[in-house]
Design a protein around this ligand. Structure first.
Ligand code: PLP
Length: 388
């Protein structure tokens, strides 16, 4: 990872051709937080609307065809992401993926699950439902992937049976479950559950090879409708995955049992391939390079604000984080308050994350963003930090 402490401001990338017009975002707001909820392009919304119209025109025909159509959509997604179509299932979101995966791991009394303090709250909660959790603290300043790997391995105990790791972490926006760490854990017989909430669309190879379980949202960086996510399960574990509630497709096993939910709204999943197809049409590598360059530009501008400290980062990602000065976002409430003040008073949406010592700020880049939005954030943020 490059040394983050000397951040010359790179040249801002030009507006992505046609990018802003793909979305219907409020033009009065600088949306620099694609990582939290994503945003759905207009034409993906339209594809979903057509499916809704179809469903309401002849509900019997629509619902009777759902299992086969969902399977066809799954195959399209598998093709786009380089996944085994029988090894992935559509799910609603990353949190559901965590619960399905953790319910499927074999655990005995006294077994422990390792998580890190970068882990997402609902995912960590899914682990805590199953077993006692050991939390490894990852210093956000750890310089590179090897240092992250060593720190996680040092946190294993003789009772650790499962490790739940971010693929890309939410607060610090860095790669955690890299190939080396997954291989080291596997060599020790640890079952790995990887939270890839951010990776579809953001990484060229979004599904962590070598993980026992991986889940990720299609609706963040994959331009899919909200409520579209995937769970990927290694062959050895597939027969243990159970739907969270009984399904008419239970007898067919994974992935059918997990996907079929009676009279749910399937239109998001059915339209999800349109999102990934759009990304390909825009040229996914070009989009990734653009988004990463925007995030780097934003981070470099913020790094010039006294009291902000840039963090080590994984090159190529569309998100970057910096630490905020002491007293700024020490608690969840303080982080939320600053986030909402920035939105209400400056019209800027960013993630502010809590941490003792000051908290952090994360900026994202997406094809609808413009350099001026980061410049506005860098200009206005200091006033919100005063007196923190
Ligand atoms: C790393 C990570 N994991 C899990 C989640 C939860 O995703 P969802 O709300 O879609 O379940 C998020 C949400 O931003 C996340 O950033």
């Amino acid at each position: 990872m490059p040394e983050p402490s000397v951040p010359p401001v790179p040249t801002a990338p030009p507006v992505f051709p046609g990018g802003p017009a793909l979305f219907r975002l409020d033009p009065g707001v600088a949306h620099l937080n694609h990582g939290s909820y994503g945003a759905v392009p207009l034409l993906v919304n339209e594809a979903q609307e057509l499916l809704r119209t179809e469903a309401h025109a002849d509900p019997d025909a629509f619902f009777n065809a759902v299992p086969a159509r969902v399977a066809a959509a799954r195959r399209r997604i598998a093709g786009r992401l380089g996944a085994d179509p029988d090894g992935i299932a559509f799910i609603a979101n990353a949190t559901e993926g965590a619960n399905l995966a953790l319910d499927a791991v074999e655990l005995a009394a006294g077994d422990e699950i390792l998580v890190t303090d970068h882990g997402y709250g609902t995912v960590v909660a899914a682990a805590a439902r199953r077993a006692s959790v050991t939390t490894v603290a990852l210093d956000p300043h750890l310089p590179d992937e090897d240092a992250v790997c060593e720190t996680v391995l040092a946190g294993l105990t003789p009772r650790t049976k499962v490790a739940v790791l971010d693929h890309v972490s939410s607060p610090t926006a860095r790669l955690i479950a890299g190939p080396r760490l997954l291989a080291e854990l596997s060599a020790r017989g640890i079952t790995t559950v990887v939270d890839g909430a951010h990776t579809p669309g953001m990484l060229a190879e979004p599904i962590a090879a070598g993980a026992d379980f991986w889940f990720g949202n299609l609706h963040k960086w994959g331009y899919a409708p909200s409520g579209s996510a995937l769970l990927a399960v290694a062959p050895a574990h597939r027969s243990r995955v159970r739907s969270l509630s009984p399904s008419w497709e239970d007898e067919r096993g994974f992935p059918w049992s997990v996907e079929y939910r009676a009279t749910a709204d399937y239109t998001g999943w059915l339209a999800a391939p349109e999102g990934l197809d759009l990304l390909e049409r825009l040229d996914a590598d070009k989009v990734r390079a653009h988004n990463s360059a925007l995030a780097a530009y934003g981070a470099a501008l913020l790094a010039r604000i006294p009291g902000l400290t840039p963090l080590p980062y994984t090159p190529g990602l569309a998100m970057r984080s910096l630490l905020l000065p002491p007293g700024t976002a020490e608690t969840q409430d303080a982080a939320r308050a600053l986030r909402e003040e920035l939105a209400a008073e400056a019209g800027i949406r960013v993630l502010i994350w809590p941490r003792r010592g000051g908290g952090g700020i994360r900026v994202c880049g997406q094809v609808y963003n413009r350099a001026e939005e980061y410049e506005r954030l860098a200009e206005l943020l200091p006033a919100f930090l005063k007196g923190a």
